[in-house]
Design a protein. Structure first.
Length: 206
């Protein structure tokens, strides 16, 4: 058997290891980008929850202003009651006050609904805020781990390239040329056994 077979197998093992490491390292930037996007979305979700609370608080203040306005209307009508001489006019005024009070009651009902809603939203926000802090911290750690992995893989590829340089010197130039041509295709294993007249890589009959 050719003396270079074992040397070529050793070189191929190194090259395939380098190929797999390069595939892995090429995935890291996308993984980091996805984690950063997730972190942004988590923060956006927290901010959206906070904005919901702010909007409800604004609606409550608006309703409080409307209630205060209704009280002012009622006080104004009551202050004018001493000037009313006719019974019909007085009844009309009382009817107007009742209408305003009814409107005021409806506004108060709306405000009670919002007060219940804001309690629920604040409870939800506390949970979202905690989950956000935990996940953002976790993502930060994951990104740091990926960056460390990138460095480790780069160092390993450099080390293996130094090894393969020495290994390739042991292979005849014509064999090495054919081997590298097959390796450059980027997939499969260049140097494989032939089993029952079939290529061990592409499984075509030879």
């Amino acid at each position: 058997m050719n003396e270079w077979k074992d040397d070529l197998l050793a070189l191929q093992e190194t090259d395939l290891r380098i190929r797999n490491l390069k595939i892995r390292i090429e995935m890291i930037p996308k993984e980091i980008k996805n984690l950063e996007k997730e972190s942004e979305n988590v923060v956006k979700n927290k901010d959206a929850s906070r904005e919901t609370i702010k909007k409800i608080e604004l609606d409550i203040k608006n309703l409080e202003g409307q209630i205060a306005g209704k009280n002012t209307e009622i006080s104004k009508l009551l202050s004018q009651s001493a000037m009313i001489k006719k019974n019909d006019e007085y009844k009309a005024m009382l009817h107007q006050i009742d209408t305003i009070k009814q409107q005021q009651s409806e506004i108060e009902t709306q405000m009670l609904i919002l007060l219940d809603k804001i309690d629920e939203e604040k409870k939800k926000f506390r949970s979202v805020e905690k989950n956000c802090a935990d996940r953002v911290a976790s993502i930060k750690d994951e990104i740091q781990e990926l960056k460390s992995l990138d460095t480790k893989i780069s160092d390993e590829i450099k080390r293996l390239n130094e090894i393969r340089t020495e290994q390739e010197k042991k292979i005849p130039k014509d064999v090495a040329s054919n081997y590298l041509r097959l390796l450059s295709r980027g997939s499969g294993t260049p140097f494989v056994p032939v089993v029952q007249n079939m290529c061990g890589n592409c499984h075509l009959k030879i």
